[in-house]
Design a protein around this ligand. Structure first.
Ligand SMILES: [Zn+2]
Length: 72
């Protein structure tokens, strides 16, 4: 099971890693999003990447947070 998720914050656009499957709290702006199922209403989180490796999730997250001009 892929427990580490890289999620893009709907509010500030930064990416954070979470292992939760219920809520996501942005470590940059401290806003909380619910992880909605497809038929639920509300603001859903934007899951960019999922992996079972914590170090891989951190790496992907760090790359997604780089300014576009610095990405390879
Ligand atoms: Zn945020």
């Amino acid at each position: 099971m892929k427990t580490h998720k890289v999620i893009m914050c709907k509010y500030c656009g930064r990416h954070s890693v979470t292992q939760s499957s219920i809520t996501f709290k942005c470590s940059y702006c401290n806003k909380t999003c619910k992880m909605l199922k497809e038929n639920e209403a509300g603001i859903a989180v934007n899951i960019k990447y999922q992996t079972d490796s914590g170090s891989m999730a951190s790496k992907v997250c760090a790359e997604l947070n780089l300014p576009k001009e610095l990405r390879k």
